[in-house]
Design a protein around this ligand. Structure first.
Ligand code: NZQ
Ligand code: ZN
Length: 390
């Protein structure tokens, strides 16, 4: 087992009606609040009115219309401007991962006098960040329980993961009832994203029973309850199981003491989102079985056996390669037949015309050829995986 440090300093407040605790928690961090939200789902669900009611004693400034795959320009830059001119003390993000990610980038940038892009790209290390509190309305990214945000800059086709412990939310309010209005497309994409977070930390070497056990439980939970939430969107238990699993899928607990993968599927997907603005979880569902097929070999087959037998319940009596190939086919079928997701790039509006350019962009920026990764990928490998996804 490898050495590690593990710390998630976020206070998770979970369950139906917990938002009543929002004023108490918020007042610990300040009085001047930036309320950040997306394109209108919180207004349609009534959550916006509820939050405004709870914020009656606070000075509230708003940043609206944060788009999926949140944009540096205008959203991050607009938010920073409000924070600086109004002297914002705490950011309240109400929405999905995109709203929270945008808020995280704003939080660090608001405390920095230079170009915020320097922080996001890692050129400069942030010295401070505004405190962030969130109310999650979509279970997917795990941003509510991790130190990462992912920001897109349309002009340069960049979609960059920015990680810093300063970005952990101080408090995350997770009320599964708020996710009941998420439509089937985003429910499925969220489940696929959370499953993929487990996979990115599971296909590694070395590995250990504790980390494997966490990841396997989360994957099984998501595969069990995802279809229930699709069939019955207001099933509280299904939404709660998915929300809890998604929160833990991306915060490192499934990778304790284990090796690194380099997050190859995310590296590839982020470029597809950057070039074509597709939904993150849909891109991952398309990439996953193709990546699996590509990396299957004598060195990696043991991980597929563990995944196939422990997560998918495939008989251990079969040969290792039979288990592996069956596991890959079952993964594909789960996304396509059970979660009703698009399973080719063409179905999400991507043709083959820019695959060379995308493969080069990924190879240049994502470090997927790092020899310490479980299965390093060259530019030609990435190009092949993209081709297989078409
Ligand atoms: O914008 P609104 O109107 O709120 O609508 C959103 C959006 O259209 C809607 N939605 C959210 N909650 C809803 C709802 N609709 C009805 N009822 C609700 N309760 O869903 C749509 C998608 O929202 P978004 O926030 O974009 O989805 P998600 O939470 O999946 O976030 C995706 C972003 O997170 C990044 C992705 O790359 C992508 O940019 N990621 C962030 C990570 C992190 N911070 O650790 C890790 C992930 O791997 C991922 O890369
Ligand atoms: Zn993801």
């Amino acid at each position: 087992m490898l050495n590690f440090t593990y710390c998630t300093p976020t206070r998770m407040i979970f369950g139906q009606g917990v938002i009543s605790q929002l004023p108490d928690q918020l007042s610990k961090y300040g009085h001047k609040v930036l309320l950040a939200y997306g394109g209108g789902s919180i207004k349609r669900s009534g959550l916006y009115d509820k939050v405004k009611e709870l914020l009656a004693g606070f000075e509230v400034h708003e940043l609206a219309d944060i788009a999926p795959n949140p944009k540096y320009d205008p959203s991050v830059l607009d938010g920073v401007k409000i924070c600086k001119t109004e002297g914002i003390e705490v950011i309240l993000a109400v929405g999905g991962g995109s709203v929270l990610d945008c808020s995280k980038a704003i939080a660090a940038s608001a405390k920095y006098d230079g170009d915020p892009w320097d922080l996001i790209t890692g050129k400069v290390k942030a010295q401070a960040a505004l405190p962030i509190i969130d109310v999650m309305t979509l279970a997917a990214t795990g941003s509510e329980y991790d130190a990462a945000c992912v920001i897109s800059r349309t002009a340069t086709n960049d979609k960059i993961g920015y990680i810093d412990p300063l970005l952990y939310p101080r408090v995350s309010f997770l009320d599964p009832t708020y996710t009941e209005s998420v439509n089937p497309k985003h429910t499925a994409a969220g489940v696929a994203d959370a499953i993929n977070h487990c996979m990115e930390q599971f296909f590694v070497s070395p590995h250990n029973s504790v980390a494997d056990g966490y990841g396997e439980t989360l994957m099984k939970t998501l595969m069990l309850w995802g279809p229930v939430a699709l069939a019955k969107p207001d099933d509280y238990e299904a939404r709660a199981e998915i929300m809890l699993a998604a929160a833990f899928a991306c915060n490192g607990i499934t990778n304790l003491g284990a090796g690194q993968s380099g997050w190859p599927m995310h590296g590839i997907e982020h470029a597809l989102s950057a070039f074509y603005d597709i939904t993150h979880g849909e891109g991952l569902a398309i990439i996953t079985p193709r990546w699996m097929k590509f990396i299957l070999c004598d060195r990696t087959v043991e991980r597929f056996v563990e995944y196939g037998t422990q997560v998918l319940g495939i008989s251990s009596e079969l040969s290792a390669y039979e288990i592996a190939n069956r596991a890959i086919a079952m993964t594909y079928d789960f996304f396509r037949d059970t979660m009703h997701m698009p399973m080719t790039l063409r179905e999400v509006g991507i043709d083959g015309s820019r695959l060379d350019e995308i493969a080069k962009h990924i190879a240049d920026n994502e470090g997927l050829d790092n020899p310490n990764n479980f299965y390093p990928l060259t530019e030609a490998d990435i190009r092949q995986i993209l081709q297989d996804c078409l």
